[in-house]
Every structure is written in C-alpha cells, then in structure tokens.
Design a protein around this ligand. Structure first.
Ligand code: FAD
Ligand code: UDP
Length: 406
C-alpha cells in the first residue's frame, strides 16, 4: 500500500514526493505520462552533447531564501543573471525597456532623469489598470507598447493584450536606468549540473517509486494508495465537466549549429515580424563550453501540451467552478501550475508545494521545508477517510533542522 499516489513528476509532484518520503517517511508512487521526470524543467544532453531544455528556457530566480535553500540541498548553483534583447525596427535593444533601449531606438542621448520625463510624456493617463494593455500604455505610451508588447502578446496568447489580465505584461518592468537584467530577484542561479540531475537527487529515496510513460488513469484503480497528489490539468481530472479550461501551448523547434555562438544574447525576443516569439541559446544559460551551439525557437499555438494557464476573467470564473469540485475532494491535493491554473514560475510552485506539505503535516512552510525523518516510520499525522489530522506540534520522530536534509 502506498501512502500517496503523486500524478506528475514536475516541480510540484517531485517536491511533495521528496518531502513526504524524506520528511515523513511516507511511501510514495510518483507517475508521469511523459518518459522522464522534471516536468517542463526537463533538460538533457542532445545527440551533439549540448545540454538543452526540452520545453523551452528555464531560468531560476526567486526572492525566497527558503525556496532557494530548499532546492540547494539537491544541487550546486551556478550564478546566472538573465539578459534579453528584443529585435525591434531592425535593431537589437535591451528588454525590459530601459534607458539604453530608448536611446538606441530613437538615436538619443538622454540621461536617466530625461528618459523618465520622456516616458511620462508618452504615458497615457488611465483611471484604472485592468488589462495587459493598460499596464504598458500607462507606463510607456502607445508607440512603445505597439513595438514591444502588442504583437508579441497577440502571438504568445492568441489574444489582444486588452483581453488579458494586467498581471501578464506586468511581469516585465520598465526601467529608466541602465539595468539590463531580465529579473531583479535576490537569488538568480542555474542548477550547476542541470534540472534533471537536481530532480534525480530529490527523488533518490527507496520509499519513492517512479513510473514513467504512465497516465495515472492506467494504474489508479489497480494500485492501492491512501491519498492522491494531482499536478495535471484540473479540467482533465474532472473529465471536462464544465468544458475545457483554456491552456496555451507551444511548439519548440530545436536546432544545433556548427558554430560556437549563434546570437547576441541568451534570449532574443521577436515581437513583430516572425511567427516565433523568441530564440534561446542554451549554452549562455548553462555555461557549457562546446564547439557547437543549440538553440530553440518557440512557436505559440492553441493545441498541444498545456503549458500556460491564460489569465483573464472568464477563465478565472471557469477555474473557480473546477476549484469547487477540487475542494470537495479531501482525498486529492491539487498542486502546481496546471492543477491550480496559476501562471506561476518554478519558485512559486516549489513554495506552493512546500505549503501543501506543511498543511499535510501541520507545520508552517519554513519548518516543513526542512523537517527530516530521524528514523522510520515517522510522523504523527493520521489519515481517516481522506482527511489528514495532525496535532500541529512537532512529532518526536520529526526533527527540524536548518541544515541540509540529505
Ligand atoms: P509541470 O512541470 O507541467 O509538471 C506536471 C507534470 O504532470 C507533467 O510532467 C505532465 O506530464 C504530468 N501529467 C499531467 N497529466 C498527467 C496524467 N494524467 N498522468 C500522469 N502524468 C501527468 N519558470 C521559471 O521560474 N523560470 C523560467 O524561465 C520559466 N520558463 C518557462 C518557459 C516555458 C516555455 C514554460 C512553458 C514554462 C516556464 N516556466 C518558467 C514555468 C515552469 O515550467 C513551471 O512553473 C513549472 O515547471 C511548473 O511545475 P508543475 O510541477 O506545476 O508542472
Ligand atoms: N511580453 C511582450 N514582449 C516581450 C516580452 C514579454 O509582450 O518582449 C509580454 C507577453 O505578453 C508575455 C508576457 O509579457 O507573455 C510575460 O513575459 P515573460 O517573458 O515573463 O513570459 P514567459 O517567460 O513566462 O513566457
């Protein structure tokens, strides 16, 4: 009998498998319908020997020390600050828009103070910031919005920015200084030996069994387990009872070139002329040295593997109906980007999974992240009819330590 059947071996599923096994001595079966662990963060060495990300560029960044330290138990880090150029008006300019972007684009020589005035003179005054269009035009005006955001967003989402929540384009700031980093988080780094290696170490516990190429529906009725952790699309779990919840997909076109360097930046965005949104050169992200180089083009599409929940009011409304069904299933924990329909980065998913583990064992996230089994069987949590009970105190067999669990 397994204590948990975990559906999906991405960040959400693997963090919970690691915590339940290493933190609570639980027996876990984790399955994934793909032929590999690590979900969308999966990386591997291609035939030419270049480390690539199968599902597009994954750059780790977080402001959470807890999350960074938690993952740091399973990987060494390589410091990496991400930079992006955008191809606009035949030029490659820094993205997010900053002082150098404006000066290069318009052939000006403005100071930080002057560029602030420049942008203020272009910005549209709006009473309310509701949509992804509002966010940008209220900061930089319509011309820059059209050059950098409108077409990229239409391509990426198949929707006009005016149809998307403000949170989507708000991910990309505007700067009046010369900071050309894509992210400003306190911790920015890549797993030194790749994401897949990090996942292998997370799942390295005799109490964790892994089944790949396995849709949970093929085994759920035959393999006994007490509770389920589900990280797939929530609408699929409920057999699309209220209709399909829209997810945006991508086609990835991978290429390897017989040259050391392909492009001017780790990622180049193509907002306008091309059918793809961006090109990533992996060696820039991973730091690998190799005489060839591998890149990936991203072509957004409606059909295919679900990658992005689409943040807009009607989708939130539909998701809430599925959430009500999910809330009525105490035997199943819904976690992750697809199951909670949240446009979350990797670190947010790790935090979400640690919070769920904390709830299961009755601890706060910070303590739950480092709880370790001293000897098995461990944990005082009990499960009756799918309801987990805990006294909220640290069980005698669970230690809280600031050090690495492994
Ligand atoms: P997933 O990684 O999607 O894992 C869910 C798993 O469940 C999948 O492996 C799937 O095969 C499996 N599954 C689904 N249904 C079933 C079923 N019926 N049976 C068995 N298995 C099933 N985040 C960042 O922080 N930085 C980035 O730079 C970044 N770049 C990204 C680029 C792209 C192109 C995409 C799509 C995402 C990016 N992300 C990035 C987001 C990141 O991928 C997610 O936050 C994270 O991977 C989500 O983890 P998860 O476990 O929720 O989902
Ligand atoms: N965006 C844009 N132009 C760009 C970069 C981003 O219009 O050059 C918008 C677009 O809507 C995109 C969103 O900002 O989907 C968030 O960008 P981010 O780079 O965070 O997307 P992700 O890496 O999650 O695909």
């Amino acid at each position: 009998m397994f204590d948990y059947l975990i559906v999906g071996a991405g960040f959400a599923g693997s963090v919970l498998a690691e915590r339940l096994a290493n933190g609570s001595g639980k027996k876990v079966l984790i399955c994934d319908k793909r032929p590999h662990i690590a979900g969308n963060a999966y990386d591997f060495y291609n035939d030419e020997g270049v480390l690539i990300h199968k599902y597009g560029p994954h750059i780790f960044h977080t402001n959470s020390k807890d999350v960074f330290d938690y993952l740091g138990q399973f990987t060494e880090w390589r410091e990496y600050q991400h930079r992006v150029l955008a191809s606009v008006d035949g030029m490659l300019v820094p993205m997010p828009i900053n002082l150098d972007t404006i000066n290069k684009l318009y052939g000006l020589n403005l100071t930080a103070f002057e560029v602030e005035e420049f942008l203020a003179s272009k910005a549209e005054k709006l009473d309310q910031i509701k949509t992804s269009e509002d966010v940008v035009v209220s900061k930089v005006g319509r011309e820059l919005y059209e050059k950098f955001f409108r077409n990229y967003t239409r391509k990426q989402w198949g929707l006009d920015p005016s149809e998307l929540d403000a949170s989507v384009t708000a991910r990309v700031p505007t700067r009046t200084n010369r900071d050309d980093r894509y992210f400003t988080d306190s911790y920015q780094a890549m797993p030194k030996h790749g994401y897949t290696r990090m996942f292998e170490r997370m799942l390295d516990n005799p109490n964790i069994k892994i089944m790949l190429n396995c849709d949970y529906r093929e085994i759920a009725d035959d393999i006994p387990y007490r509770e389920m952790i589900y990280t797939g699309p929530v609408d699929s779990f409920f057999n699309y009872r209220y209709g399909k919840l829209p997810y945006r997909s991508l086609e990835f076109k991978h290429e390897t070139h017989d040259t050391e360097k392909f492009q001017e930046a780790p990622v180049v965005n193509y907002p306008n002329e091309q059918a793809y949104t961006r090109i990533t050169e992996f060696k820039c992200l991973t730091g690998q040295e190799h005489k060839k180089t591998s890149i990936v083009y991203e072509y957004p599409q409606a059909e295919g593997d679900p990658y992005y929940p689409i943040p807009r009011p009607e989708n939130a409304e539909l998701y809430n109906k599925y959430k009500a069904l999910a809330d009525a299933r105490p035997d199943v924990h819904f976690v992750g980007r697809l199951a909670t329909y949240k446009y979350y980065n990797m670190d947010q998913i790790v935090a979400q999974a640690l919070t769920v583990y904390g709830k299961i064992i009755g601890m706060k996230r910070k303590e739950a992240a480092v709880a370790a089994v001293a000897s098995s069987p461990a944990t005082t949590t009990t499960t009756t009819n799918g309801k987990t009970k805990s006294n909220g105190k640290l069980p005698a067999t669970v230690q809280v330590t600031g050090n690495a669990v492994m």
